[in-house]
Ligand binder design. Structure first.
Ligand code: MG
Length: 437
């Protein structure tokens, strides 16, 4: 025997029994290669006045597809066009199991990174790919992310009233409905700081609508929370959204004044353009801070997490590019002791809500989820919507995201013509200047 043959005989593996060989083959090669065969963009009003955009990615495996949310209430048609004309041709033929690679290459495909429109495009694609992978493996997406670390996802409710008494009654209603976490507002965002229409000293011929006044807000809203605490005690966890209406020392002073009221968090006390002031807030008081709703680039929130200047990451999953980047935010938050509080109210959609759910329920960094309840027409359009019962959000445990879309029903409910181009309603001060939303 030649030396080479002797070595070969030592290295030869013992013959594997046929059944074991079959099992090994099933484990390693049981799934045939997969490719993206079609990308559908499905805009719909959801039977109400929503401007939802869903992406449906179909694959070479018969019946295997995924759906994702790319909804954008203010640049709706820009997102639809970007998906149809740019993203869909890019995706055709690609392997949908390469989720991270597709996210990275779709992110860099546009050369200029991020931005709200491209983030929505990325999000629609990304959620659909996670949905496909979950369905293919026969498990919910949260199992792909490491599995459940809690039994359900606690949500905060929305309470509001035009005066202290009606706001307090609204809080009591939320408590009666089983919510432990409640966000309290005085009517619309900025409420408590508005000078009534036509009142106050205004420039000749200028803005005559309600006018926002920072100092009035800083004086009045903490008194609302004193009133609520006096009525409901300190057990309910109370939040408040300033919606970026304050600036500099007024933001610091507001947080200092509500400190004795033991807030669960104060949200967007500053606009994203002024995040450097969070250092002053930290030096002045211990009121927990949440921000991130209108961020569109991960590097906006990065220093706030790594310098521990905030307590809650408040980004919207579909506005930041989907599950792939947001699970990284959650991991970063876990390392630095900052929690998640993903944004989910208002014009959001049930697919985005479920994407948030899967990260929430599998992340040790989870803090709270915003409640959102959808009308019956929307639930019919999107079978498998998550359910909120007594303050907890539940998924349905089905493979993938766990939600589907009735395309025929979606076609019956097109997005309505957008008056004025879809402008976010802006508040103004007495002198007519816009207030950051
Ligand atoms: Mg908000």
């Amino acid at each position: 025997m030649q030396r080479r043959d002797i070595i070969k005989s030592f290295l030869a593996a013992p013959a594997m029994p046929a059944a074991a060989a079959q099992e090994a083959a099933r484990r390693s090669t049981g799934l045939p290669p997969l490719r993206i065969t079609n990308v559908k963009v499905i805009p719909t009003s959801g039977g109400a006045r929503y401007r939802w955009i869903f992406v449906k990615i179909e694959t070479s495996e018969p019946g295997l597809y995924g759906i994702g949310s790319a909804s954008n209430h203010y640049s709706t048609h820009a997102v639809i066009t970007a998906l149809e004309k740019h993203a869909a041709p890019f995706l055709l033929g690609k392997d949908p199991s390469r989720i991270e690679d597709i996210w990275q290459s779709a992110h860099l495909r546009t050369y200029w990174r991020n931005g709200p429109v491209n983030n929505n495009v990325l999000s629609g694609i990304d959620m659909a790919l996670w949905d496909i992978m979950g369905k293919r493996c026969g498990v919910p997406v949260h199992d792909l992310l490491g599995g459940k670390v809690r039994d359900a996802v606690p949500c905060y409710d929305h309470a509001s009233g035009g005066d202290f008494e009606s706001a307090t009654e609204s809080v009591q209603k939320s408590i009666a409905n089983g919510f432990r976490h409640i966000r309290v507002q005085m009517g619309n965002y900025g409420g408590g700081g508005f000078i009534a229409k036509g009142q106050g000293n205004r420039p000749e011929g200028g803005h005559q609508g309600t006018a926002f006044d920072e100092e009035m807000y800083v004086d009045r809203v903490p008194k609302l929370f004193e009133h609520v605490r006096a009525k409901v005690g300190f057990e309910p966890k109370l939040c408040h959204d300033v919606h970026s209406h304050l600036t500099s020392m007024n933001a610091v002073e507001f947080c200092r004044r509500v400190q004795p009221l033991q807030m669960f968090f104060v949200e967007d006390v500053l606009a994203p353009e002024q995040i450097a002031w969070y250092k002053q807030i930290r030096q002045a008081c211990t009121t927990p801070q949440a921000i991130g709703e209108v961020f569109s680039h991960p590097y906006e929130i990065l220093p706030l997490i790594t310098e521990r200047l905030i307590d809650f990451i408040r980004c919207r999953v579909s506005a930041m590019g989907g599950i792939t980047p947001l699970r990284k935010f959650a991991t970063l938050g876990e390392i630095f002791g900052v929690k998640t509080a993903f944004q989910e109210g208002g014009e959001n959609d049930p697919v985005n809500q479920l994407a948030a759910y899967h990260i929430d329920i599998s992340s040790p960094a989870f803090g709270i989820q915003e409640e959102n309840t959808f009308p019956a027409a929307a639930r019919e359009l999107l079978p498998g919507c998550a359910e909120i019962r007594k303050g907890y959000l539940y998924g349905n445990g089905k493979p993938g995201l766990g939600i589907d879309i009735d395309e025929k029903l979606a076609a019956k409910h097109p997005i309505q013509p957008i008056e004025g181009g879809g402008t976010y309603p802006l508040d103004r001060t007495l002198d007519g200047a816009v207030v950051k939303p």
